[in-house]
Design a protein around this ligand. Sequence first.
Ligand SMILES: Nc1nc2c(c(=O)[nH]1)N=C([C@H](O)[C@H](O)COP(=O)(O)OP(=O)(O)OP(=O)(O)O)CN2
Ligand code: ZN
Length: 146
Amino acid sequence: MIQQIYPAPFHNFSYELNKDFHFAAAHYIPHDAAGKCQQVHGHTYFANVTIAGDQLDDSGFLVNFKTIKELLHDRFDHGVLNDDKHFTNEDSNFFPTTEIVARVMCEIIQEYLDTTSNKPACLQVFLRETPTSYVVYRPKKERTSS
Ligand SMILES: Nc1nc2c(c(=O)[nH]1)N=C([C@H](O)[C@H](O)COP(=O)(O)OP(=O)(O)OP(=O)(O)O)CN2
Ligand SMILES: [Zn+2]
């Protein structure tokens, strides 16, 4: 994870920041298509979050690296994703698949960024669930282009 090269989202913002972190979490996918993954099991997820903007805050940050890690790592590390309020076993748009965990991570970050003075944008979440499987999520929003 650390020092890996990630796919780069296209944008015209002046500043782009990337934060890597990892977390351990359990989950299960409540659908027959998931096969053995319907059983509770765990992963060490590796994440890379890309944030961009044209303005810095009054500390010279686009956003504090530490805040990004706290918002996501501290929320999900050593938890059961199915038990988190962002996910549900009742609606497939909120099953804790890699795709949906990546989307939810982006949404959590953007909700925080919208409260800041410089309001940068989360452009991409790269989320690796296993050594052979990962997802890249990029929101479709006007604010993701400068
Ligand atoms: N599109 C998705 N497919 C699958 C997801 C998912 O989130 N999105 N999740 C799973 C399981 O949770 C599983 O933990 C991961 O599956 P997989 O990559 O098949 O894991 P393996 O380690 O068995 O992969 P190999 O490359 O075959 O070793 C399933 N599918
Ligand atoms: Zn899994």
